[in-house]
Every structure is written in C-alpha cells, then in structure tokens.
Write a protein that binds this ligand. Sequence first.
Ligand code: MRU
Length: 358
Amino acid sequence: MNALSLNSVVLSDDEKELVILDQTLLPCEVKYLHLSKAEDIWEAIYALRVRGAPAIGVAAAYGIYLVSAQLETDDMNAFCDNFRKQKAFLDSARPTAVNLSWALNRMEKVLDENKATLPVADMKKRLLQEAHAIREEDIAISRSIGQLGFELLHHGDGILTHCNAGTLATAKYGTALAPVYVALENGWDDLRVYCDETRPLLQGARLSAFEMQTAGVDTTLLCDNMASLLMKRGKVDIIFVGCDRMAANGDFANKIGTSAVAILAKHYGIPIFTCVPTSTIDLSIATGDEIVIEERKPEEVTETWYAQRMAPEGVKVFNPAFDVTDHTLITGVITEKGIAYPPFDKSFEKLGIKPKEN
Ligand code: MRU
C-alpha cells in the first residue's frame, strides 16, 4: 500500500457523494464511506471519521456543495436560504479547527458574488469548481510546507510528531509529516519518526504510526508521557506538529498535549516547528485566548479502546480535544509561503499573510 494513495477525502466520480476514508477504523481496516446527506457528513466530521483541519475543510466544501445542489429549484432565493441553513449546520460539527468555517465561508462567498447573475444550475457548477479548487490547493500547499520543512532536515534526524498531521489529515502529504514524504521523494531513507500515541483518541498510534510505517519510514511509537525521556536521551533532533487555528501573535491550538511537547522542547533546546497552511491562520484573533476549545465526551477517556471500562463509574472527566501552545515556545511556523520566525506578527506581514476577506 502506498501511504499517499490513501485519499482521506474526495468526491465520487459521479459527483454525487463525498467519499471519506473512515479514520476511526484505522489501522485495522481501510474502509471508504460514501456520504451525501447533511446529517451523515456532520456526523463524519463530529466523530472524526474525517479529521485534521485541512481535511475537514475539504469535506465541508464538498459537503456544502452536495447538500445545496440536492435542492431542485430554479429560485435563487430558495437556493441561497437552503445553502445558508446547511452551512450553519455543517459549521456546528466542530469548533476549533478554523478550516471548517474558512472553507464554508469561501463557498458562501462564491454564492454571494454570483447570485445576482447566475442561474441556479450554473451556480451549482461554480460551487463544485470551488470545492475542487479547495482540495487541489490543499495538495499544493501541503507539498510546499513539506519542501520547506524538508530543507530543515539532516540525514539521520529523529523527528517527533504529535497527533496526526499527515496525509490523512489533508488532501495529500499532510503538514507536519509532509517534510518526511518530501524526504522520501528525494530518496532519503534514514529519517526516524517518533509518534506520540496522543491520548485519548490515539491519532498518533492509529494514524501517524500507520502512515509512516506504510510509507516505509523507521517509525517508533511512544506514549505521550514518554516524550521527555526520549528527548533527554538525545533521540529527537526536531519536532513538527500541526495546527488547528493560529492567532495573529503565533499562539496556536493543536491536539491536546501539543503545548506539553513544546514546553519539553524548550527545556531540552530542541527546535519545534508548527506546520500551518495560511488558511489555518486566523488573523481576526489577537491571541490564543480567543480560541474555542472543543470538549468531548468522557467515554473517550474512560472506555474507548479498552476491552472494559478503565475508570470508576461516575468519575468526573476532563477531556479537552485541543490546547493552545504559547507562541514563545515555538521556533518557527512553516507556511506554504515561507517560514515565519518570531516576532510572528511581523513575519506574517512580510510573508504577505493578510486578514481573510471572508
Ligand atoms: O481532533 P483531530 O484529530 O481533528 O485533531 C487534529 C490535529 O490536531 C492536527 O494536528 C491538526 O488538525 C492539523 S492537521 C494537518
């Protein structure tokens, strides 16, 4: 199996269904789901069947196209009303990754710019084009991030990553794991990748370790609480992590535990880069304090993956899905436009990263 051929999210050939690789079943089963109803697409995002900020954005773009195109009407007002209702519904699936609302807003912009001139049938085609563009751009963006990250690597490096920001989390290549794929394309076969298992949903164990092993990379899995010893023993040369939403000052939300990895990196003097498509940078918020952190159900901590319950009935559970890493802890931000170094607000400006229009 070729890891890069695992398409996390595409449109079916007949353009009537969203096809996602059900990531909740990995690594045991590679199963694709064909979805067309708004409720099923919402559930797939909520339940992390499709996950990772960029992949969620692509799923949302195709999703809003599909569910709006299903309405048979020639009346543009009715089409727009339905579009906005479905958009609000899909947008409610998860709160932290900005790509969900970013992609839906980008689709809505197409609607607003063309509703006065296009008939409904042409509007549907235009929305489809935009959704395809979002996916194609994501592949190019991930490849650029991979190239820039690759240029930071040395032969034999040990790379630590947290959660899964690999090809499964994007349309292709990933962000944090993209440098490894670019290294492979360049014939490098001596990198070592360490995957934090990433409690409670095990994206590191189930997805990153699976992806990297499938790609033929020297892969080692560790529990999250083993990262300090690994770093102390000098096994980690560089850390790449993903991002779900970055504020204007460089604070960023990523999978729960990322901030602990960054604190350890600072302690041990290990460079840590977050790999971020500019679509994930939200310049409308000044700092990470403004990022809404998704809280998920207690069973993910007490029961999921265990043969039997592993905590007393009724115990209180703290289960935030993300944390915010302070910008002072990170070495740099790898975007498709270049690498930003502190101070990040100034570097973003230099790279031409501007507030979004929508
Ligand atoms: O809850 P998840 O699995 O969607 O969280 C994913 C992450 O935190 C990723 O690191 C992030 O979305 C970047 S994916 C390129």
